[in-house]
Every structure is written in structure tokens, then in C-alpha cells.
Design a protein around this ligand. Structure first.
Ligand code: ZN
Length: 420
């Protein structure tokens, strides 16, 4: 592999098609342009040497025979989707003016809606984690509401809709610079203050309205508050930047995504909008594609730890377990990563597997029933016969008087037999 002088990326769609006709061209691009543009360095022995290439993007160090994959540690980690599909999705996401939603990808690429959605979502995660500089200079900050039915009252600061805090750099004599957005649970001083402090350089000029959520920022910023209630100007005159960005955002959400967004994913859609908006003046759309892939290979895979990392936030006490090699963790698919298994979970997992084995070929939508049944049997065993004794009459009553009894577990009758 020859170290590259400048990043190469396709400028137009014809270049793109020519550059990435198959899997191996995508692998080569990831290796040579994005992950090891100065030449491959073995992650185990640190030697700089041309690796041996194997199938499915596996690279083997000729010196120590350590195996790695081009996708390990990136958002493509362990993906079963073809890299050509990932590249296609990245291209459509970055080069079309308004991006793309899962539906058209599904249709044009002939993949399932789940795969399409997952790819777009992982790319959005890569956009979220991009290295970011703080906004500076003159910055407008305001909130906007999205979703629900517009109602009167306190300028829409109620609790029923999604609230988005928006910061926009203002350029003089006209025009806007970069933007930042955050989905916040409410327009309190805690949320708005944190948003301002985490996105705008202290000492900048800050324009807000006179909402009390913005109080207490004048020590760190040159803070100008417009008193909307006593001026005749409507909000869009006082806050032209935020107003315009908010209406673009709404149009995009309604147009490209038809407004069908789950609340927990709102932030990632905002990041996609921000990514595109902040690079709107780039004439070479292919460069955006390159930037996205560049972030995709430095963004760690979306894993369970993303969920477990939020447990404290959700007010659970959370302790983690350290695994040493071969102890409670195993490298299931031989890719050098130890998939995590705590021994209790490991026990459950093998119990469940052996319990499910005779039921192979059962349709997927019935899986929750089988798993629920396993859970029920296990818990009944743990609680002993006392519980069983109490349950038997309930079951008979339930079968006899369907309408009056809450089901103990919602499964069809054939499943009752094995317990007793
Ligand atoms: Zn090596």
C-alpha cells in the first residue's frame, strides 16, 4: 500500500460507481484512504508492513500473524451488510440535498427496512461523535417546538412536544455561520444553560429572548436579551437566524422523514441536519461523503455499552464486571474481540439455548412466547411448590371464565400442559 498524498473521493455519481464496484474496492478504500492512509500498522506488534489480505476484509500481519478486520472498532464492526450497501447509503445520505430516509433506500437497494434504518442510524451516530469546535462570535439562541398540535399559551413552552434548543452564529452584514442543536426535555435554566455553555465559547456575544431559562449567563457571555413581551417585533424579527434554521429543520423532518420520528432518536436526526447544514457551502458533495466515512471509521461500534452507559442517567445503580481472558468472556467468532458474558448470564444463555433447541424452526413472532414461557418456568421453579399450589386454581378459573380473569401469562392453552 502506498501512502496517499491527498484524500481521494468521488466527485460525481459516475465516479462513485466506478470507484466502488464491489466489496474488495470498498475494503481497499477503507484500508488505504481512511484507516491506514500512512501504511498499515499491525495493532498487535506495531510493525509497519503490507498486510496479507483475506476474505471479508480480514488483514493478517505477516510478522506476527495477528488478524484484524478493516471494520473492527468502527461503526461497520461485525456488520453482515455488504460494504457496498454501506457506501451507497453514505453516498445518498451526503450528496442529496435533503439526505435520504430508510424507505427509498430500501426500495432502491433491495434491502430490508431494518437494514436500511440501521445503516442510516449508525451513520447518524458517527455524525454525533464528530470532533466539534465551539461556536463563537455573535450567536443567537432560542428554542423551538416540534411535533404535536400547535397550541397557544406560553409561546409553546409546554411539555407535550419535543423541544429543540438551537444556536446559530450570526455573520455581519448578513448570513449565518455554523449551528448546534440539542433535544432537551424542558426549557429550564439547567438544560438551556448547559446547552449554551457546552456549545458556545465563553466571551461570545449571546442573543436570547427574556425567558428566565437564559438568566445567569451574563458572567460568561456578553448577553443581550430582547424583551419580546414589550416589543412589537414578533420572534422571527428578533431572532432571524434561529427562526430560519428552525423552519428549515421542520420542513426537512416533515419532507424527508414525514415527521415519523421516535423521541429517543430525535437527537441523531438533529445531528444529521447539523452535519449537512454546517457543510452547506461545500460545492464538492463527494467531500461530504468522504468526511462521513472518515468519522465512521473513528466512531466506535454502537454496542450494548451505549445502553449500559445510560443506566446511571436512568437512576439505576450500575456496577461493571471486569473480564480477564478466558475467564468469563469468550471470543465467539474468532475476530479477536471477547464478547462479554458474565457467568450467570452465560448459564442462562446456555439453558435457554438447550431449552429452545427442540423448537427450532418456530416463526420469529412467536419467540417472545417461548422466551416468556422459559422465564415463567424458571421463576416458578425458584419460588417452589407454594406458588404452584396457588396458581393451579387460578389457571382453572382462568380457562373457565376467560372474560373475568387477567391472564397469568398470555400464551395459548397448549403451553399449559408441560408445567403440570
Ligand atoms: Zn503484527
Amino acid at each position: 500500500m502506498v501512502p496517499s498524498e491527498s484524500p481521494k473521493f468521488p466527485l460525481i455519481y459516475r465516479d462513485f460507481v466506478k470507484m466502488f464496484p464491489d466489496e474488495s474496492s470498498c475494503v481497499t478504500y477503507l484500508v488505504e484512504q481512511l484507516r491506514w492512509s500512512d501504511g498499515f500498522v499491525c495493532p498487535a506488534c506495531q510493525r509497519r508492513q503490507e498486510p496479507w489480505r483475506q476474505t471479508r476484509g480480514r488483514l493478517v500481519c505477516p510478522a506476527c500473524h495477528h488478524q484484524t478486520t478493516v471494520t473492527a472498532g468502527t461503526i461497520f464492526d461485525k456488520t453482515r451488510t455488504l460494504l457496498t450497501h454501506w457506501f451507497d447509503a453514505a453516498w445518498h445520505m451526503t450528496t442529496t440535498k435533503n439526505g435520504v430516509s430508510a424507505k427509498p433506500l430500501e426500495r432502491t437497494m433491495g434491502i430490508s427496512d431494518r437494514v436500511a434504518w440501521t445503516m442510516l442510524h449508525r451513520f447518524r451516530v458517527a455524525m454525533v461523535r464528530s470532533a466539534r469546535e465551539l461556536l463563537s462570535g455573535e450567536v443567537e439562541v432560542d428554542e423551538t417546538m416540534i411535533g404535536g398540535v400547535e397550541t397557544g399559551g406560553k409561546r409553546g413552552r409546554g411539555a407535550t412536544k419535543e423541544i429543540i434548543a438551537i444556536a446559530v452564529e450570526i455573520k455581519r452584514p448578513k448570513g449565518f455561520g455554523r449551528i448546534r442543536m440539542r433535544h432537551i426535555p424542558d426549557a429550564s435554566a439547567k438544560n438551556l444553560g448547559a446547552f449554551v455553555r457546552e456549545t458556545i465559547t465563553s466571551g461570545s456575544v449571546l442573543y436570547t429572548d427574556d425567558w428566565k431559562g437564559y438568566y445567569g449567563l451574563s458572567n460568561e457571555y456578553e448577553h443581550h436579551q430582547t424583551i419580546l413581551s414589550s416589543s412589537d417585533d414578533p420572534a422571527h424579527v428578533a431572532m432571524p437566524g434561529v427562526h430560519q434554521v428552525a423552519s428549515l429543520l421542520k420542513r426537512w423532518l416533515l419532507g424527508t422523514h414525514q415527521g415519523a420520528l421516535a423521541s429517543e432518536h430525535f437527537q441523531s436526526y438533529l445531528e444529521e441536519f447539523t452535519f449537512r447544514f454546517n457543510r452547506r457551502t461545500s460545492h464538492r458533495r463527494g467531500q461530504l461523503f468522504y468526511r462521513l466515512l472518515e468519522q465512521a471509521v473513528v466512531t466506535p461500534p454502537v454496542t450494548e455499552s451505549d445502553i449500559y452507559g445510560r443506566l446511571v442517567e436512568w437512576e439505576y445503580e450500575h456496577k461493571t464486571v471486569c473480564h480477564s481472558h478466558g475467564e468469563y468472556a469468550r471470543d465467539e467468532d474468532g475476530d479477536g474481540f471477547y464478547e462479554v458474558h458474565v457467568n450467570t448470564m452465560e448459564g442462562f444463555w446456555s439453558l435457554l439455548c438447550s431449552w429452545l433447541r427442540p423448537h427450532r424452526g418456530v416463526s420469529q413472532e412467536r419467540w417472545p412466547l417461548y422466551v416468556g414461557f422459559f422465564q415463567f418456568v424458571h421463576n416458578v421453579r425458584r419460588r417452589g411448590k407454594a406458588l404452584l399450589r396457588a396458581l393451579v386454581p387460578c389457571l382453572f378459573l382462568k380457562l373457565g371464565q376467560r372474560s373475568r380473569f387477567t391472564p397469568i401469562f398470555s400464551m395459548s392453552n397448549e403451553f399449559y400442559t408441560p408445567i403440570f
